[in-house]
Every structure is written in structure tokens, then in C-alpha cells.
Design a binder for this molecule. Structure first.
Ligand SMILES: Nc1nc2c(ncn2[C@@H]2O[C@H](COP(=O)(O)OP(=O)(O)OP(=O)(O)O)[C@@H](O)[C@H]2O)c(=O)[nH]1
Ligand SMILES: [Mg+2]
Length: 206
């Protein structure tokens, strides 16, 4: 649930990047961090990273303009993708306002994508939330590998595995090259801010 600070006239929206281990969640945030002006971004916080694997979460705060006279602050989080960190993932999802599901196109990761989405649905349900009720986009990352020697999934296969029920907007990306990163962020920010405004500001803060 978004945090609203009446005294500072600020709304904090929480967007969480989910997806299987190594799909490129942290790379997305690093790319956003490096591309934003210092005045619009906070410090990127990485909590207990082992090598380049996320063990707890990454956090990147951004300033994103205003809704009426409320400044919008967006907190971008990543969860640890590895299967064994389910409890931490659930904790990071608490109070989520928007979701980016980052999918890995490597054919060997097909089951991991599906399992990760199932795990996300389940954790949300445990918080009383249906995945369909939360703003969400899917990012098909690592498109640079599509033409390479390693077998990858087609977009049709990814769509059928991950988006046949949800039918959310999707973005092609190559987060290492910075491609598709801002398109993904822009859309989820727009959806999330609209959702928070409808849910909290318009009803509670006349
Ligand atoms: N080729 C290619 N590699 C990528 C891309 N995005 C990320 N990677 C690489 O994939 C590896 C894992 O990326 P991370 O961003 O650490 O993945 P993560 O989802 O945060 O992984 P966990 O924290 O373990 O859940 C790194 O070596 C990245 O450089 C991409 O678009 N293309
Ligand atoms: Mg990570």
C-alpha cells in the first residue's frame, strides 16, 4: 500500500521487479540509476549482495513529478530470484503497488520463469492480493541473445507461458544495453501512479 505523507505532501509508490534468478532485475535498476540525473534519483541501495546475486533486495528511490500538489516518490525494488529465498521475496512484496515481471528467454530457463510467476501469485495471495488487481507489465529481457548460439524461447512461447491469462503490456529489452529499460519503467510508473491516485488520494484526501 502506498505511503502517504500528509505533512510533506508526498506519495511513495512501491514498484517491485520480480522474476527468476539471473533474469536481469538488478541490471534494470542499475541502468535506470546510471541514466537518471542526480536530482531525480536517490542512492541505490543494495542489501547484502553475494557476488552479483541479490540476497535481500536492491532499492532505488526516484522522484517523478507530482499528482496535484503531492510529490511522487517511486521506490524501485528487486527481489532475490533464486528459489531458496522465497521468504525474503514475500517480505519485499509487502505493500507492493506495481509489478514488473522480468522473464529470461533462455530455453533452459523456461520452467524457472513459470515457477517464478507461480511463486509471485502465491505470495500475493498470502497478502490477500490477486495478481490481476495490481498494475503489472512483463519485460522480455536479453533480446540480444535471440540471434546467438544459445537456444532461446520465441516471444510467442513466452507469451503463451506467462501472459495468456494476465494479458498485460509487454516490453522487449536488453537491460545490459539499456534497451527497453525506460519504456518498461515509464509504463509501470504510469499505471502505478494512476492506481495509487485512484485508490488512496481521490478517496481519502479530498
Ligand atoms: N546478454 C544479456 N545479459 C544480461 C541482460 N540483462 C542481464 N544480463 C546478465 O545476466 C546476469 C544476471 O543479471 P542480474 O541483473 O544480476 O540478474 P537478477 O535478476 O538481479 O538475479 P538475482 O539477483 O540472482 O535474482 C548478469 O551477468 C547480467 O549481466 C541482457 O539484457 N542481456
Ligand atoms: Mg539481483
Amino acid at each position: 500500500m502506498a505511503l502517504i505523507d500528509l505533512s510533506k505532501r508526498e506519495v511513495h509508490c512501491k514498484i517491485v521487479y520480480c522474476g527468476p534468478g539471473r533474469c536481469g532485475k538488478t541490471t534494470n535498476l542499475l541502468n535506470v540509476y546510471e541514466s537518471m540525473a542526480e536530482k531525480d534519483r536517490g542512492k541505490m541501495l543494495t542489501i547484502d549482495t553475494k557476488g552479483d546475486r541479490t540476497l535481500f533486495f536492491d532499492l532505488l528511490p526516484l522522484n517523478l513529478g507530482a499528482i496535484r500538489d503531492f510529490n511522487i516518490r517511486i521506490q524501485l525494488y528487486t527481489v532475490p530470484g533464486q528459489v531458496m529465498y522465497a521468504a525474503t521475496r514475500k517480505l519485499v512484496l509487502k505493500g507492493v503497488d506495481g509489478l514488473v515481471f522480468v522473464a529470461d528467454p533462455l530455453r533452459v530457463r523456461r520452467e524457472s520463469n513459470i515457477e517464478s510467476l507461480r511463486d509471485l501469485r502465491q505470495h500475493l495471495l498470502e497478502y490477500g492480493l490477486k495478481i490481476e488487481d495490481i498494475p503489472m507489465v512483463i519485460q522480455y529481457n536479453k533480446r540480444d541473445l535471440a540471434e546467438g548460439p544459445t537456444p532461446t524461447l520465441t516471444i510467442e512461447e513466452l507469451e503463451s507461458d506467462l501472459n495468456s491469462d494476465l494479458k498485460v503490456k509487454t516490453f522487449l529489452a536488453s537491460a545490459v544495453e539499456g534497451k527497453g529499460v525506460f519504456e518498461t519503467l515509464r509504463e509501470i510508473s504510469k499505471l502505478t501512479v494512476r492506481y495509487v491516485a485512484n485508490k488512496h488520494l481521490l478517496t481519502n484526501l479530498k
